[in-house]
Ligand binder design. Sequence first.
Ligand code: ADP
Length: 329
Amino acid sequence: MKKSGFVHARACANIALSKYWGKSDLELNLPAVPSISMTLDGLVTKTRVRFDESLRADLVHLDGREASAAEARRVVELLHRVRGLAKITSYAEVHSENAFPTAAGLASSASGFAALAAAACKAAGLDYDEKRLSRIARRSSASAARSLFGGFVELPAGKPGNDGLAAKPLFGPEHWDLRIVVAVAAKGPKKIGSTEGMERSRHTSPFYEAWVADAPRLSQRVKKGLRDRDLDLLGRAMEQSTLAFHACAIASDPGIVYWQPATLAAFATVRRLRDEQGLSVWATMDAGPHVKALCHAEDARRVQAALKKTEGVLSTLVAKPGPGVVVRG
Ligand code: ADP
């Protein structure tokens, strides 16, 4: 391969409705528990990649600046795997922009590595479908495996050694007009990255095994709630999944506490909307301080207004079910 033009890919972040926390195989990056997510319209990463024989190294730009060594390392690892599959040796030039805060618990790694896998494979001459791209993205970030697909997506638990694990689409975005209202509860990147947090939980949390044992049951309930379009069933299982994962993380040594005062305040707002106003609205929190409230489209305005005036909440945004990865060039 001498030189290729840029290939562009666009992927959306996703929020896990049943949570992913813990790895069964660190090397292959396989999750210990099944997870189910909603792909989020508007929380977009745009990435462009080209391979060029005249480059002396991979060049990685993130959000308009040169990537840090740690950021570049994760990107280069994926590029190496793609070069191996395509049997090429050229270096690549990568530019990626997240249309939302990076590394803050809004799943930039999910949309980032989904877009990168899609753009890099196409640029290397590999004509892969979403399932194969999902496998490649999974090695960099398990939640990225889900962002290849639109709507509602499942990533099963991985058996150690099974490098074939990929996410699978459950229902398209048109299946159910739900909304996620994000209450941004703090600025800046999170202090403990997800991989570090998961490994610490696995090795030190007395609740880790209980979490892993119960997660499939919660994931099944989330799936049934989705299939039957039963938001009370789905929401209840989603909240328990969130609280069980955080309980596991909090009980690690040293404890991993992603919550801020505004997190609990926003969580209380969601419960109040449910208990006092009868809305079917449910909360989930990832490895970061933000609260994501799941509700029907027609209730999203009321939920957003209530979260906006919650003490400590900095801003809010609303997302509907979004599309899978799109590649051009
Ligand atoms: P988040 O909650 O945003 O997913 P993580 O700490 O799990 O936070 O992942 C953030 C990391 O993912 C960044 O530090 C960077 O290494 C990587 N990342 C984020 N966005 C991109 C992108 N667009 N392209 C490549 N890598 C990215």
